[in-house]
Write a protein of this length. Structure first.
Length: 85
């Protein structure tokens, strides 16, 4: 698959580096996600929806990052095994 080859090329050229799965890093991002969501809820309760929106975005972003640190190794192996031809 073309996208996989592009990523593999960037790795070979050392333009990107794959991070190892880490429960410690995942928990750190999970905590950031919880704090951002708390902030969004506080802003929303103060009738500040425009200010709450970025905090809600960061809550989702940090949660997604947390999940990647937990499942990256499994995802990478599955992706490369399925698209190696």
């Amino acid at each position: 698959m073309r996208k996989i080859n592009f990523i593999e090329k960037l790795i070979r050229e050392e333009k990107i580096k794959l991070a190892e799965p880490s429960k410690v890093v995942a928990e750190s991002y999970n905590e950031k996600s919880k704090n951002a969501l708390k902030a969004a809820n506080i802003l929303l309760s103060q009738n500040l929806p425009e200010e709450a929106m970025p905090m809600a975005y960061y809550a989702m972003y940090h949660k997604t990052t947390s999940l990647f640190y937990l499942i990256w190794d499994k995802m990478r192996k599955s992706c490369c095994d399925n698209h190696s031809s």
